[in-house]
Ligand binder design. Sequence first.
Ligand code: SAM
Length: 337
Amino acid sequence: MKDISSFNNYPHYPVMLDEVIKICNPNKGGDFIDCTFGNGGYTNAILSFSRTKVISFDRDILTQKYASILKNNFKDRFKFYNEKFSNLDKVLEEDFKVDFVIFDLGLSTMQINDLERGFSFNAKGSIDMRMGKNSISAQDVLNNYDQKTLNKILKYFGDEKDSSRIASNIIKERKKSPILSVPKLVEIIKRSKKKNFKKKINISTQTFQALRIFVNKEISELINGLINATKFLKKGGKLIVISFHSLEDKIVKFYFSNYSKNKSRVSRYFPQENNEIIFFEDYKNKIIRPKEREIKKNNASRSAKLRVAIRSQDNFSYPTALKKRFSNYLKLENENV
Ligand SMILES: C[S@@+](CC[C@H](N)C(=O)[O-])C[C@H]1O[C@@H](n2cnc3c(N)ncnc32)[C@H](O)[C@@H]1O
């Protein structure tokens, strides 16, 4: 198999690829949806098994060039859509079913290292943060949203303890001149943060994460993506999700356990909406983490958590409890100026 991570200047190492392959066993063949194509690491690996077919999605237009390389190699066994995974149901036929749906959330190395896009606090240019198919950029948020909403964005999506001081300094700064560049935002964060020398992560990490999640509506995307993926899985099909921060993992864990066979037994005495909806087999709350040797090779994999749920039947009713449980985040993501 040709390693397609080398097709660009910033190789993206597919996180926990061995584990994903072991779970899917593509040697036996199967139909796949790769919701986060990226540099095509998973898609390429799966297609290298001859009896597989993959439909891939990515919202970032720049991924299309890697998709064209795979199209040339694998012809009819591969299809690519430059589309958000929340729109799976707008693209695929209603009765279409697959054996596996995979999500590898977050950003690719290619996106982080493209300093023009402003995802990284090391970038020197403008602060944009759009993954693709967005309506707003980080600049729009920083220069137009009110202090209360900015504070909430940083607190909810970044778990940033100094959110209120950062939000207040953003407002003060933009009254002098618009906040357009990464270094300017980093400077505001530095001025706003209490010194905490024990902290291992960069002081800008949480603010950048929060803005990125908000700009790309990542929580709405994940929730709608999971719901849609469920519709397209056959009975016995596997839903595989790799997440990189605690809010994402909380959503995946809630979804898998709340709609599994064993959850409905546990909660028999606690009537709740959707109690009777079962999508998945018994869910054991097992998390798979990358091995030490992978983390050594690719430090970005250190926070990855992989969860798998197995479809128990191919029914579908709308799982309203999932949206209800995370409604405060969904409401915030939909807040306009
Ligand atoms: C971590 S990378 C995936 C890497 C890929 N597994 C590989 O091996 O090359 C995540 C990718 O998902 C894409 N993405 C994130 N959110 C998305 C969404 N809501 N819809 C479609 N693509 C999304 C990003 O643009 C990025 O390219």
